[in-house]
Design a protein around this ligand. Structure first.
Ligand SMILES: Cc1ncc(COP(=O)(O)O)c(C=O)c1O
Length: 279
């Protein structure tokens, strides 16, 4: 696999990250994961503008988004992924400097890395739906920044795996925020509800597409906190993300959602999402 690393296209195995890289030492970096369908990038501009937001909020130097887009296209091309479904991974760190907490010299070049992976679809996941667990949200108060500091997300997702579930969904002060690597939404009385895009969640690109699709389909939407204690009143639950797209949740911890099958709104959205991707 060919990757981009600090200005060069090299074999992924030949990428050498310095032990003094601030991404390695402090998780001082940001990232994006972009989906490509048959070589065509999905909502790439939204991903790159979220990357700019992450860089800005961490006072990291801006990067040329036009250049980054060219790099991503090149990585697809150089790996012969023009006809494949793949994910593109971008990571930018504050660069290499002696280990000291304050920011390094402003002249320090950021570390920029871009790679691709062929996406293996999870067969049958849509038909059966998925299980989730609820876990306390132990993350910091700037979840809108797509930082590589993902330890609470990793621990939560591992806990889900150990309990036979596909995703762990965070609860902060009695409010459902989002999944370890997905956005979360619930349907109450025919209305789709999802946490407002503030500092407690990542503004998911898939979440935005789904909200827009709801408007097109005439499904009422509300961006409002979902209280954990009301969750059992929801007729449908879903998690949304770049790799999983839309997944219907049929089990939460040890209780079953609705009749235990993907519901009508999730099915409608899944179809509309597929049409949107085709278009
Ligand atoms: C914490 C978190 N929330 C939500 C999402 C979904 O975002 P997107 O739809 O942009 O993939 C992700 C994706 O990685 C995530 O890590």
């Amino acid at each position: 696999m060919i990757a981009y690393f600090n200005g060069q296209y090299v074999s992924k195995e030949d990428v050498k990250i310095s032990p003094d890289d601030r991404g390695f030492l402090f998780a001082d970096g940001v990232y994006e994961v972009i989906r490509s369908y048959g070589g065509r990038l999905f909502n790439v501009d939204d991903h790159l503008s979220r990357l700019s937001h992450s860089l800005r909020e961490l006072h990291m130097a801006p990067v040329s988004l036009a250049h980054l887009k060219t790099v991503v296209d090149q990585v697809i091309h150089r790996n012969n992924l023009e006809n494949e479904d793949a994910t593109l991974y971008i990571q930018i760190t504050r660069g290499v400097a002696p280990r000291k907490h304050p920011f390094p010299d402003p002249e320090t070049s950021p570390t920029v890395y871009v790679s691709a992976s062929v996406l293996q679809p999870s067969p049958g996941e849509w038909e059966t739906g998925i299980a989730i667990i609820l876990v306390p949200d132990l993350r910091w108060g700037r979840c809108d920044i797509k930082s590589v500091g993902l330890l609470p997300n990793v621990l939560a997702c591992q806990q889900a795996k150990e309990r036979g579930a596909s995703e762990a969904v965070f609860v902060r002060d009695g409010v459902i925020t989002e999944g370890s690597h997905t956005s979360f939404c619930a349907v109450f009385d025919g209305q789709l509800v999802t946490h407002p895009a503030n500092n407690y969640i990542l503004a998911g690109i898939t979440r935005r597409v789904v909200l827009d699709l709801c408007v097109t389909l005439g499904i009422p939407v509300k961006e409002s906190p979902i209280l954990e204690r009301t969750l059992k009143r929801a007729s449908e639950l879903m998690v949304l993300g770049t790799t999983s797209e839309i997944a219907a949740v049929v089990r939460v911890d040890d209780w079953i959602v609705g009749d235990g099958k993907p519901g009508p709104i999730a099915s409608k959205l899944k179809r509309a999402f597929g049409d949107f991707v085709q278009a």
